[in-house]
Design a protein around this ligand. Structure first.
Ligand SMILES: [Zn+2]
Length: 502
């Protein structure tokens, strides 16, 4: 077996690991490398869709390999010297963009594999986001040069569909959700080309095992060829399903190679805050509040939302996009939609197609809440809003309240600037802020309002000790040396573009 890491060895995210034997292989994740992306792009500055993969190739955001869709290769990009490999599929560990977001660029005969929940979430995110090349993992508008062969326009009604390979047999309702899309113009072609199978058709003997992370559906993989390797994806032990991660480690005992994440090995503070701690902290804040409360956490962190629904005596207001995600989850038997959940009715122009679809599927009028309703009884509501939802406050016009920041700390200057903007919105409406504050010109994060999606160094050590592999290959980390210090020769640091054979 040969393992080559194309990306994600020296960064947090952007993982693209290739395992190959007898000239056939699979990718373990194929995510967006946000560190590289952020060098050149920001919110309003994006890769140009009409140039296909051109921008990403020239800027070294995507590796130079011959696996990309021909309709995304403009005439002025030569791929003749790109490396030839033969992947049959991409196994996705979980539905975070830094693990699956670049799959949409790959040829459609390369399938996508994952747990039913992961594929369901990826599709739901795609359904309700504006189409861009990032994130179009399951289906995508095909492109065609018009007059100028360097410019690739989207062909009307023409959609490419990637076959789904599931780690286990899904319920009928999940298949129902996966096999149709909200776009009336592309629906027929999508349904015609939709195909579902299982990961058994991929090279290697593959088994998938659920692990705990900050999104539902995460799993680790074991690939058995002439060598057995295990890949963790992103993991933690301190969440709701921490036991799953430990169980995965036990199942991986026969693996001689362990590819493992090390997100938290580079941070100075190693405080151990669990999801339970966060839950209690937020409960206290809500109980003590008399005005509007906003809790800001990643909208894909459904475990956090579930906790919020459990502890909140108030109704929890989510956005329409979140409602779409919850509708998808409902198909998988996870019902967070028919609790004390309301959907914010934003003031906007025309309705998008996925909202029409959602209206058809759930009785949304019954759970819609208007800005006026919230303005008149702010003490009845908790809003699950974040920075991008702040303009809604202009319509709600709250007179003070509590804002709880319950998400990751800023990692770079650009993200810090976002907090200045957020701070300005909150002070404009006299909110008391928990979770972060500004001291002088500096941004300080208050501990206890957020638990990491990743394992602490102690837990990483524990997981490795359970698996007890011959070789440890660190990925998803800024501090691979930690593994050398802890495990000596067993740790093998493979840099981006390097490979190892067994
Ligand atoms: Zn993740």
């Amino acid at each position: 077996m040969r393992i080559k890491i194309y990306d994600g060895a020296e960064s947090i995210g952007g993982t693209k690991i290739y395992a190959e034997e007898n000239n056939e292989g699979v990718f373990l994740d194929f995510g967006v490398n946000f560190e590289k992306m952020n060098l050149y792009f920001k919110h309003y500055l994006r890769r140009r869709a009409v140039r296909g993969i051109y921008d990403a190739i020239i800027l070294d955001i995507l590796p130079k390999i011959r696996i990309y869709r021909s309709d995304l290769i403009p005439h002025d990009l030569s791929i003749s010297n790109f490396e030839r490999i033969n992947p049959k599929g991409v196994l996705v560990s979980h539905a975070h963009l830094d693990h699956f977001g670049e799959i949409g660029n790959i040829r459609f005969d390369v399938h996508i594999g994952g747990s039913p929940l992961t594929l369901l979430l990826i599709k739901a995110m795609q359904d309700c986001n504006h189409s861009s090349l990032i994130g179009d993992a399951i289906y995508s508008s095909l492109r065609k040069p018009k007059d100028d062969p360097r410019i690739l326009n989207a062909k009307n009604r023409s959609v490419g569909v990637r076959h789904l390979l599931l780690t286990e047999q899904p319920d009928e309702k999940i298949i129902q959700f996966l096999c149709t899309i909200p776009s009336p113009t592309k629906k027929d072609e999508y349904e015609e080309n939709f195909k579902i199978g299982d990961i058994g058709t991929l090279p290697f003997e593959i088994s998938a095992h659920p692990v705990d992370h900050s999104i539902y559906g995460a799993c680790g993989y074991k690939l058995q060829g002439d060598t057995t390797i295990a890949y963790t994806g992103d993991i933690r032990l301190h969440g709701e399903s921490g036991n799953d991660t430990e169980e995965f480690a036990k199942r991986a005992r026969d693996a001689s190679v362990l590819i493992i994440e090390g997100t938290r090995l580079s941070r100075e503070t190693h405080d151990y805050i669990t999801e339970k701690d966060v839950k209690e902290k937020i409960r206290k804040e809500i109980d003590g509040a008399h005005a509007l409360v906003i809790v800001d956490f990643s909208s894909r962190n459904f475990e956090r939302l579930k906790e919020l629904l459990e502890i909140s005596p108030r109704e929890v207001v989510i956005t329409e996009k979140d409602a779409y995600m919850l509708y998808a989850l409902q198909q998988a038997g996870i019902d967070l939609l028919s609790k004390n959940t309301r959907v914010y009715r934003a003031l906007r122009g025309k309705k998008e197609k996925w909202i029409d679809y959602l209206v058809d599927m759930i009785n949304i009028d019954e759970i819609y809440v208007t800005p006026e309703e919230i303005r008149n009884n702010p003490e009845n509501f908790v809003l699950a809003f974040s920075l991008t939802d702040m303009p809604n406050l202009l319509d709600i016009r709250p007179k003070g309240g509590t804002y709880i920041y319950s998400s990751t700390e800023a990692l770079n200057e650009e993200q810090e600037l976002d907090f200045v903007t957020l701070y300005n919105w909150l002070t404009k409406f006299n909110f008391q802020i928990r979770g972060f504050f500004r001291k002088g010109g500096e941004l300080v994060f208050e501990k206890g309002y957020h638990a990491s999606g990743h394992a602490s160094p102690e837990d990483i050590r524990k997981i490795i000790e359970i698996v007890d592999p011959d070789k440890i290959i660190p990925v998803h980390t800024l501090n691979p040396q930690w593994f050398k210090q802890e495990f000596g020769k067993a740790a093998e640091i493979i840099k981006n573009g390097q490979e190892i054979s067994f």
